[in-house]
Design a protein around this ligand. Structure first.
Ligand code: NAD
Length: 300
């Protein structure tokens, strides 16, 4: 049976991997984005998802790949992966970051709930932990950062993501459907591994993100597992690699850059500070792309 998935933001850095992985696994995918997808892995419907009318119309539309397909009758959507957003501060004004991220997510969740879409994956962010875009340096309350952490950001982007998680929880309570929010770490494309030659020399460059990373292909895999794992209700899960993006052991990084921050568990030598234990436990996710292997393409 064809599984129909709408991906928002599929023309972007992370979303393109989600589209590619789903298409590769036999899903019929429609990309909703303001701009076309250069790779054209799936059809893009140009839409501004801050406009509720466009969102309701898009979700009620056909996902057929071409206009001359045999059947253009709209069919039910099995899942939405909602990635479209302004992905950080300082790209546009703070109020626009907040408005676009909050209203687009409200519209997607509202339309999904009213049009009967029973599964939505929402891109949240590690910035919700309040360290990444803090106005001035700020230590977290503890490491590793896990989903029980009392999130308390101060910037417009991370605040929009916290609001989106609250909105997602509210819609899930109405419908009893599955809504999973992914607190995603720093997303890397294959070419980004070339930057490790700079990053390894100065660990301070990645201090604010606590040396997190996630390969876009591993993130896409987490999205597909989420689509294929039913019945969890509302859940928040960190999506991060098993290891820190540094050749320094985790404890060495902590002693140097975060002295005095309580550490809640015994850590492995290079263990991530953005816990992925829940993602593994609930979805059975396993990392496939480790930076130590990926950088070999650049330093043979
Ligand atoms: N890149 C990261 O390291 C990272 C980390 C954590 C979370 N995230 C989240 O993951 C998601 C994807 O991030 P990304 O890095 O791929 O960003 P990106 O900017 O590369 O892609 C986002 C896409 O959303 C589209 N978009 C923006 N506003 C839109 C609107 N109003 N209507 C329709 N489409 C719109 C853009 O055109 C773009 O193609 C975002 O929600 C982001 O906040 C990203």
């Amino acid at each position: 049976m064809t599984k129909r998935v709408i991906v928002t933001g599929g023309s972007g850095l992370a979303g393109k991997w989600v589209v590619e992985d789903l298409v590769k696994h036999g899903y019929e995918v429609l990309n909703l984005d303001r701009v076309p997808m250069p790779q054209r892995t799936a059809r893009t419907l140009i839409a501004d998802i801050t406009d509720a009318g466009q969102v309701f119309n898009a979700i009620a539309s056909t996902t057929a790949p071409v206009e001359f397909a045999d059947d253009l009758e709209p069919k039910p959507i099995d899942a939405i992966v909602h990635f479209a957003a302004i992905p950080r501060i300082m790209l546009t004004t703070d109020n626009e970051v907040y408005r676009i991220n909050v209203m687009s997510t409200y519209n997607i969740l509202d339309a999904a709930s009213k049009l009967g879409v029973r599964k939505v994956i929402v891109a949240s962010s590690e910035t919700t932990y309040g360290v990444v875009f803090a106005h001035r340096h700020r230590d977290p309350a503890y490491f590793p950062l896990d989903e029980d952490y009392p999130v308390d950001p101060m910037d417009s982007y991370a605040t929009s993501k916290v609001v989106n998680e609250v909105t997602a929880k509210a819609f899930q309570a109405r419908t009893g459907s599955d809504i999973y929010c992914f607190r995603i770490g720093n997303v890397l494309d294959p070419d980004d591994y070339a930057k490790f030659s700079t990053w390894l020399k100065d660990p301070a460059l990645r201090k604010r993100i606590a040396w997190s990373y996630i390969d876009g292909r591993d993130l896409a895999n987490a999205c597909r597992l989420a689509i294929e794992t039913d019945g969890l209700g509302f859940e928040i899960m960190n999506v991060a690699a098993d290891d820190v993006s540094s050749d320094q052991p985790t404890q060495v990084l902590l002693d140097r850059y975060y002295p005095g921050v309580p550490v809640k568990k015994a850590l492995g030598e290079f263990e991530t500070l953005l816990s992925n234990e829940k993602l593994k436990r609930l979805l059975g996710w396993r990392q496939q792309h480790y930076w130590r292997d990926e950088v070999k393409r650049f330093n043979p």
